[in-house]
Design a protein around this ligand. Structure first.
Ligand code: NA7
Length: 541
């Protein structure tokens, strides 16, 4: 039997938990949540690989809307590990009493707009059938793992194949095993040192070396935990006014204008602190000027060479094909030291391309690597993957997959023309990825719930982005992206990590304050660029 509600919320992660709370408890609407996972947690429910950890400081990688939650929750480390973040989200789900609002183990397979009823009809793979006037889609940006079909022969492998974001809940015993890991992104860099401590041997298959810089994690003692909880307002004041939504020091304008001595002093100091500061707080032109970038890139390479004893391995680990920061910056603790262990070897796929997976291992550069386990740390069909799999069909039978065939089209990264009453939380071309996610999520959920309220208060049935507003937005976002070096890398920021995916504009690279100001302007101008009910869209400011 079809279940009707005012709103459907997809995803029980940071986005969905807050969205249910907002529409149900503040707007007084009925809401049905749906999630493919077995419980709340979103991305943090799925990513259970050993060493999974957040690389934004825990005090900032959390909700800010509730004084009670902030005061009651204590983070035990400067950067929280996955089990603790999952416990936090479960705590929030119980605190807000939103856990029961979700149907779990149910994946959305179709979402079709009914123009006559002005409602969305949603079906799920467990036979569920729902309808609602509004949808808030918080399916996450790094939830759909890349297809293993990228590796010919993988189904013939006689051992075990593991995917990092589908790591078994009960864990895996790798002792005595020969383990091959494909991929050297954030996930792999966090995970492999942990595997190396257990497995008989690790063979790491690297296609593109990454710049990994120290995370600087540390436990927080009880006094610090208490202080953080009590002083959270002061700690988090104005964080939204910072480029990444975290209180990093502001960068100096130019690496090229600084003397080599001054530059090194600054890099050294930021290196000691750890985290994203080395990149974000050093010099502003590092992300816009290749020569400036190279000063920092070479500094990171020096650090790699100093840590890895075998000079040939060190050189293979040094990135040279893309500027630092144009791929998702990687943070590490003991990644480079791991290569000094006897049970770890690196296969440079640029010199020895991966040919196929065989029954007994991986063949690369004509050499067979015998393995018991293959771990795919190969990343995600990021940002658009989850939405593209939901079978979304909007007004006039327009399919989202067709509309976005050559790249996502949105207005503010939150809505799209032809898809009324559908809100994406940290959707494509929003300030996703470069903006501390829980903060960005709060902004988007608040935008969506305010827009729903505005629509209902007007007595209207629909709110829909205007095509002209969408085009203007896209042009602006594209312009901002091209002021940076980002397009220089084959990254998931650019859609370039998935075979066949269009290289397009997926992210807003202008930083949180600009993004927030642009969204606020739209609201201040009566939801300019949106048509609400029969009223045509107002001009975009
Ligand atoms: P990433 O950052 O996309 O990294 C994936 C890694 O896998 C990267 O090193 C890729 O090399 C490699 N890869 C992908 N496909 C292949 C194939 N076909 N052959 C060889 N190597 C391959 O994903 P992560 O999971 O590490 O991180 C994703 C985000 O999750 C992270 O940034 C955080 O925001 C959370 P490539 O660089 O493409 O040559």
């Amino acid at each position: 039997m079809k279940q009707h509600s005012d709103v459907i919320v997809i995803g029980a992660g940071f986005s969905g938990l807050y969205a249910v709370h907002k529409v149900r408890d503040e707007l007084g609407l009925s809401v049905q949540g749906i999630d493919a996972a077995g419980g709340p947690g979103g991305t943090w429910w799925w990513n259970r690989y050993p060493g999974a950890r957040c690389d934004i400081e825990s005090i900032h990688y959390s909700y800010s809307f509730s004084d009670e939650i902030q005061r009651e929750w204590r983070w035990s480390e400067r950067y929280a590990a996955q089990p603790e973040i999952l416990r936090y989200l479960e705590f929030v789900a119980d605190k807000l009493k939103v856990r029961e609002a979700f149907r779990y183990n149910a994946r959305v397979t179709a979402m079709v707009w009914d123009e006559s009823a002005k409602r969305w009809n949603v079906t799920t793979d467990d036979g569920g059938s729902y309808s609602a006037r509004f949808i808030i889609a918080g399916g996450g940006n790094v939830g759909v793992p890349k297809s293993r079909a990228e590796f010919p022969g993988i189904d013939s492998f006689g051992g075990q194949v593991l995917t990092t974001s589908r790591w078994p809940k009960e864990g895996v015993d790798l002792s005595g095993k020969r383990v091959g890991v494909i991929g050297t992104g954030s996930t792999s860099v966090q995970m492999v040192p942990n595997l190396a401590r257990q497995a008989a041997h690790i063979t790491l298959f690297q296609r593109t070396p990454n710049y990994a810089v120290p995370l600087g994690n540390a436990p927080l003692d009880e006094d610090k935990q208490r202080w953080n909880a009590e002083n959270w307002k002061q700690l988090r004041a104005k964080t939204r006014d910072r480029f990444m939504g975290v209180p990093l020091e502001s960068p100096e304008p130019s690496a090229l204008a600084a003397s080599p001595e001054k530059r090194r002093e600054r890099f050294d100091r930021l290196w000691k602190v750890g985290g994203f500061g080395v990149l974000a707080s050093s010099y502003a032109d590092v992300l816009t000027d290749e020569k400036a970038n190279e000063t920092l890139a070479e500094y990171v390479r020096e650090k790699i060479r100093a840590r890895v004893k075998d000079p040939k391995v060190a050189e293979s680990l040094c990135p040279t094909d893309h500027p630092y920061g144009t791929k998702r910056p990687v943070l590490e603790a003991d990644y480079y030291d791991m290569f000094n262990r006897d049970n770890v070897s690196l296969v440079d796929l640029r010199a020895s391309p991966l040919e196929k997976v065989t029954a007994t291992g991986i063949r690369a550069g004509g050499k067979d690597h015998e393995l018991d386990v293959i771990v795919l740390a190969t990343g995600f069909d990021a940002i658009t993957g989850a939405l593209m799999q939901m079978g979304i069909v909007g007004r006039e039978g327009v399919k989202l997959t067709d509309r976005w065939a050559s790249g996502p089209q949105t207005y503010l990264g939150i809505c799209s023309a032809k898809f009324p009453n559908l809100f994406y939380i940290t959707g494509p071309t929003s300030a996703v990825v470069l903006y501390n996610n829980p903060m960005a999520i709060e902004d988007h959920v608040e935008f969506a719930t305010a827009a729903i309220k505005y629509t209902l208060d007007k007595g209207a049935e629909t709110i829909e982005a205007d095509e002209a507003a969408e085009r203007a937005w896209h042009k602006q976002v594209e312009g901002i992206l091209h002021t940076t070096l980002m397009p220089r890398a084959n990254s998931w920021y650019m859609g370039a990590n998935v075979p066949g995916k269009p290289r397009a504009v997926f992210i807003f690279a202008g930083g949180a304050p600009l993004y927030r100001a642009m969204c606020a302007d739209v609201v201040d101008h009566g939801y300019a660029g949106f048509s609400v009910g029969e009223a045509p869209a107002g001009r975009v400011p």
